[in-house]
Write a protein that binds this ligand. Sequence first.
Ligand SMILES: [Ca+2]
Ligand SMILES: [Ca+2]
Length: 119
Amino acid sequence: MSITIDQLVNVSWQINGVEIFNQTEVTESTYTNTSTALGTWNVSALASNKNGTAVNTWTWNVWMLGDLNHNNRLDTGDATLVLRMIVGLTPVDYLGDMNHNGMIDTGDATLILRRIVGL
Ligand SMILES: [Ca+2]
Ligand SMILES: [Ca+2]
């Protein structure tokens, strides 16, 4: 997530209202995070200077790899969605790329099914 401002500002990045980092006297600011817990988070960037304050807020959904139906577990519904993507019945969602090969394939469905039965 990033913001660009046409004035020098101080930026405070917050998740669910708690500041996670800030920058002073910038015109752009970027926040990246690759290790956040699963769930839905409100990410806000507060930009302020002597002229006022602007806030930009995003809703950030973090899902488990393969959890295509977003119920926080791997189940047969996820495997079914992978199969539907392979045959073109459902738009491709790379959240289902369990084997990290850059495409949705039967290997992904197999991995989901193996995970369900604990193999
Ligand atoms: Ca699921
Ligand atoms: Ca794959």
